[in-house]
Ligand binder design. Structure first.
Ligand code: XMP
Length: 508
């Protein structure tokens, strides 16, 4: 297995993910972990991550000398490269300007264990300020950037390798190939690790962590919390108690469908119908962040009320994924909060519970794969994401039941047409939004003054960026006709043709 020493990079989890994709097990440890700790794991290789610091500063992260001399293959990425260079006797300086984004590098040596067989010129992703300006004694340059700056070096037969760019980021075109060379040629790893192993290990970890204590889980009806619950139920059996709060902001028939799935999965779930309370909290609220906060607080209140009656649990289980951790600004100092995701933070502090987040290091597609392995039905696993605050952030203006009813009907029609066209699995999301604007229409010689629906369909890899989907005209035409004919109260249908950025996927 591989140890990744984390020096604070926003990409550390991405390194772990790429290594998982190559069927090798890895473990992330803080950079200042005791060397004995690291050596006890008997790693076949050590990756030193990037990080925000400058290795010239006196208290910056450093590699323990015992690891440096251990003979275990080392790969330093970005900060990791600068740190290795610095500690091995090279020179590191602050460059005049930071280098950030796509860049090209040229291979600089015939013999490079990391780059062997790759094209002479590589497209890579850079994100750094400091620069290695002098090679350590005995090292050879293996890559240089267009401006001539050092972009990678190796020592010996590649046992020590260092790259200024990020092979783990998708924009580095040969990144996976570079990591493949490190894992299999340099470290001699076997590609034997499977997601099933992740499940077994995580089940063990949950048992160790929780012991005989009780765990409470708030199920949202989404893939993430469901996978977290099924996994935890496998570890703890009936020490886990699940709550499903129907906030009245779900899509048409969704609450019943979700409960049916939980029955199939043998999860014991207590359902609370709290739609009235949520609508009460949303009365008169039109500002998007205020809506999210009102929903978040109501969720906490309902949860506290009901959880009290279920008997004390010491742990709260949450289906937090890695991208949620990043978007809510919980990772990295000064990260900006784009939208408050109410499934991160808040509740556990108030209820004085410990948090169990078994999916915290994973990405959505990995969670879906794990869901399949756990036997969760495909229709459920393949569901498109749905935001925690539900239809409230798709019902612009005030959220009141009659408008929610319109939105639910229009949304069901659009999703039905998408499914009938066989497009459901190709889209990241497809849904309707209801605007706070009425407009004039004419239906059967009668003037109407009614609401406007927007069709929103996007393609995306991870929800962080998205492109609007080019849907067939006849599908759009059928959807618009059906909505106006079948949903009295809507007389106009429009299409959202913006990507993210500059828009977000949801409208609020
Ligand atoms: P935006 O609108 O920020 O959304 O482009 C990106 C993805 O996240 C989903 N989303 C949420 N998911 N709680 C969630 O669990 C939330 O508060 C939330 N807000 C947005 C959105 O549906 C999209 O897939």
């Amino acid at each position: 297995n591989i140890v990744i020493l984390d020096c604070g990079s926003q990409y550390t989890q991405l390194i772990a993910r790429r290594i998982r994709e190559l069927s090798v097990h890895s473990e992330i440890l803080p950079w200042d972990s005791d060397a004995e700790e690291v050596l006890r794991r008997n790693p076949k290789g050590i990756v030193v991550s990037g990080g925000p610091r400058s290795c010239i500063e006196p208290d910056a992260p450093r590699l323990d000398e015992r690891l440096l001399r251990s003979g275990i293959p080392l790969l330093g990425i970005c900060y990791g490269m600068q740190m290795l260079a610095h500690q091995l006797g090279g020179r590191v300086e602050r460059a005049g300007a930071a280098e950030y984004g796509r860049a090209r590098v040229e291979r600089a040596s015939e013999t490079s264990a990391l780059l062997e067989g790759l094209p002479a010129s590589l497209q890579v992703w850079m994100s750094h300020w400091d620069q290695v300006t002098g090679l350590p004694p005995g090292a050879r340059a293996v890559a240089v950037s267009e401006g001539g700056a050092l972009a990678g070096f190796e020592m010996g037969d590649g046992r020590i390798g260092a790259l200024q760019f990020h092979p783990e980021v998708a924009h580095t075109e040969q990144g996976t190939e570079i990591l493949r060379r490190f894992l299999f040629r340099i470290c001699g790893c076997d590609p034997t690790w499977r997601l099933e192993d992740w499940i077994d290990r995580t089940v063990e970890e949950i048992r160790e962590k929780v012991g005989a204590e009780r765990v409470l889980c708030g199920l949202s009806g989404g893939v993430d919390s469901t996978v977290a619950a099924v996994l935890t139920a496998r570890a703890l059996g009936d020490q886990l108690q699940c709550l499903f709060v129907d906030n009245g902001l779900l899509r048409k028939d969704e609450a019943d469908q979700v409960m049916d799935t939980y029955r199939v999965l043998d999860l014991s779930v207590h359902r609370v119908d709290a739609g009235g309370r949520f609508l009460g909290a949303l009365a008169g609220v039109t500002d998007p962040e205020a809506k999210r906060k009102a929903i978040g607080w109501t969720f906490v209140e309902v949860f506290e009320d009901v959880a009290g009656g279920l008997g004390g649990a010491a742990w709260l289980l949450q289906g937090t994924l890695y991208p949620d951790v990043i978007e809510s600004g919980h990772q990295g100092k000064g990260a900006s909060v784009i939208k408050s995701h109410h499934n991160v933070g808040g509740l556990p502090e108030i209820m004085k519970m410990k948090v169990l987040e078994p999916l915290r290091d994973l990405f959505k597609d990995e969670v879906r794969q794990i869901g399949r392995l756990l036997g969760i039905p495909e229709v459920f696993v393949a569901r498109q994401p749905f935001p925690g605050p539900g239809l409230a952030v798709r019902c612009l203006g005030e959220v009141v039941e009659p408008r929610l009813a319109l939105l639910r009907e229009a949304d069901a029609i659009f999703r039905e047409e998408i499914a009938a066209a066989g497009l459901y699995n190709q889209l990241w999301q497809a849904f309707c939004v209801l605007l706070p604007t009425r407009s004039v229409g004419v239906m059967g010689d009668v003037r109407t003054y009614a609401e406007t629906a927007v069709l929103r369909a996007v393609e995306s890899q991870d929800g962080m960026t998205a492109d609007w989907a080019r849907l067939p005209y006849d599908l759009l035409d059928r959807t618009a006709r059906r909505i106006c004919n079948e949903v009295p109260g809507i007389n106009r249908v429009t299409l959202d043709i913006t990507g993210k950025p500059p828009s977000t996927i949801e409208w609020e």
